[in-house]
Design a protein. Structure first.
Length: 74
């Protein structure tokens, strides 16, 4: 799928980041959540927390989303 995009980068962290993001996007697709809207929501929450990840990630997990939030992120 994306193997030629990463060929020769020699960076282990970027491969791990790509794997994590592909996994995240597949999970969001499974729960019918728009990845762009979800990622915008999450990153805005990080910015509101002073540039750090929120203390509690439970509200961001697709299976914990309320019906209203899931509809807003669909």
């Amino acid at each position: 799928m994306a193997r030629k995009n990463f060929y020769g980068s020699g960076s282990l962290w970027s491969g791990r980041l790509a794997a994590a993001m592909f996994s995240l996007f597949a999970t969001l697709a499974h729960w019918k959540v728009n990845p762009r809207l979800w990622l915008t929501w999450y990153l805005e929450s990080c910015a509101a927390a002073g540039g750090k990840a929120p203390e509690d990630i439970q509200p961001f997990l697709p299976w914990n989303l309320s019906a209203e939030r899931r509809a807003a992120l669909a």
